[in-house]
Design a binder for this molecule. Sequence first.
Ligand SMILES: *Cc1c(COP(=O)(O)O)cnc(C)c1O
Length: 806
Amino acid sequence: MKNNIIDNLILTAKNEYCKELEELSPAELHECLGRAMMGEITEKWAKAKKNHANSRRAYYFSAEFLMGRMMYNNLYAMGVLDQVKKLLADKGIDINVFEEIDDAALGNGGLGRLAACFLDSAATQDVPLDGYGIRYKYGLFKQSIEDGFQVERADDWQSFGDPWCIRRNEDTVIVKFADQVVKAVPYDMAVIGYGTDNINTLRLWEAEALNDFDFLQFNDSHYDAAVQDKNDAENITKVLYPNDNQYEGKVLRLKQQYFFCSASLQDIIKRYKAKYGNDYSNFANHCAIQLNDTHPVISIPELIRLLELDGLSFDAAFDIAQKTFAYTNHTVMSEALEKWDINLLTDVIPDVVEIIKNIDARLVADLTAKGLNVPVECECACAKADAKKEKEPVKTKLDGMRIIDGNLVHMARLAVYASSYTNGVAWIHTEILKDDVLKDWYAIYPERFQNKTNGVTQRRWLGLCNPQLSELISDKIGTKWVRNLDELSKLNDKIDEDLVKQFNAIKLEKKQELADYIAKHDGVQLDPNFIFDIQVKRLHEYKRQLLNAFSIMAIYFRLKEGKLPNFTPTAFIFGAKAAPGYARAKAIIKYINEIAKLVNNDPDVNDKLRVVFVANYNVSYAEKIMPAADISEQISTAGTEASGTGNMKFMINGAVTLGTFDGANVEIVQQAGEENNYIFGARVEEINELKNNYDPKAIYEANPEIKKVIDTLIDGRFTDGGNKTGEGSFAELRQSILEGASWHQPDHYFILRDLPDYIDAKLKANTDYKDRIAFGTKCLKNTANSGTFSSDRTILQYAKELWKLM
Ligand SMILES: *Cc1c(COP(=O)(O)O)cnc(C)c1O
């Protein structure tokens, strides 16, 4: 098999480029090796497709798939990574050349990466799950840091070629908008399972014009008009919107969503009809469709529309849709919940709006029948206050649940009402959905709510990115963990001083590798004997990178004042992209870089403290970072991070979590023990109390250390590129904490509430680290108890409990 790949590779190089292997550029080599590998799997892929056609199956609809670099992953999945590495080396080629090939970043962060982990796990666990999404021409922007500021560049990932995708012209479908008709052309990517012959498919759609080029117009010298259609069509899948946890109510975004949903449903229906003809009675038995957040929720009315076109009544079509779809909620933050303006929807997809109106009418009828068309006040005592409110229309319980609420179409409400299940992505998140965000819905449809705690694939996030630790684990407990991560618990009995020393040696090696890479990539020198304390994730106020930055300033001042004589030297490492339109997030990046400049150049502290903000954090960078962390920073305000998955990647690789009681941190600590992690800060209940009674300014006034730290934003020591004395973006950051802004309360994310606890927890970890055996034991306990955070576990739960595939 391995020799086949190399023989194929040599042949492909000759056929495609008329070159010997040694003459190929990295991009050419990547293309040829990729094609050679695809040649290897053709038959298995075809066979798997046939198998799936004959069983109940599931589809994962997602606007994002953050796949990362595929070459190493696919070699690993095929079980030939080491052999191919050696065979290439024999030809004088270093397999690391593929690091020059960029990742396909068709996603923003956790949500898109989850979709990618699910595909890997489903393929490996023989779950017949295929993905549907968008083949963006430009993925998430590339980030560089210039003078401390984020600078964005387009991500032209296709310029490196795409050997993994096959264009399937024969499966092209047409998608119609009110003002535009386009072709949807599918590209299929093979998703190769590990240790199985099963191969699943990720089908990504590209928009093209019906007619690329209008010759009549061209002959009339209307050059621009001649290519107008082409450009308008291609614009639909031109670029990924770079917002994470932030809704973007733009026409083009809506077109993207509808485009891939309609194309995917037409595709599924076509496949169904080939087997069952026009009888739809078996449709909901034939497949389940999972909606990854509300981005693909427009699928629900679209499926109803398509079925009606084929002769079904609304009621029959609704019934099928409701049985077919299930919805995953990914956020409780209101700014991220999609609410489309109904006029905008009507301008773009009027026929679908008619269906949404029918669904809303059905909801009203259903809830009225359940007795919910009653004034909200009646819930408690009874309508005593009604007298004075006579002039106002009485608000009913039902009003607050309408899918069409005023001018807005609430996509989450549509999803909960017109699907079979709604799931949250970590225990605490699902509890918040049930008690708070969707509590009215939970009261009526409790049986529809489930929890499915997220996971990550251990193939990429341990096997591939940390071969040293993988080997140590396999030496101790065998290799079954690669397909069953629960096996890791067997390590618990084997943890002794000797094993911890081996673990610590590997951690040091991974830290050295990361330090070398950071030196090369970001130009900052780090000593691997420092603690590596790492926060990498999208830049968002709720994730509180600013809290981390403030704690570093507090430590800096204490060190300067000689108050921390026993401080263990620490490198604070950040990586994060800010949405280009998110000014406050960008100001936080600049602030961290100003701190880095101060600290790293101050000889009083720089033998104990280093700060680095690495540029262009992405999946490939994450693969270098996760194995090298001693401390994983997971410090979101309690109740804001739905799950997090970065926290799981760190845990598997043996880092302790310094975090709040939020998202999956709760379950991480439950598995690994509170004594092996550092939990601090207000819990959800306290945060909810504080929402009505919080005075950050009082904390600021009462605590001189906090005051000094916050005032670094305006005391003239840093520059934000604007006015040093306090009118620039740093002053705005400070003001958002002390005064708030029109759209939010002061210190909306409770940074000042948590800062003292956080510093204490951080310094506790800093002291504990000195006992290398005790600390290494904590790290290993995390690895040993991380089994449940495999996305294999998650996907099997989806398959059994939501999709009923097994
Ligand atoms: C895992 C991952 C994320 C998600 O990180 P969180 O800490 O869970 O927000 C984001 N971006 C990349 C590149 C990742 O690999």
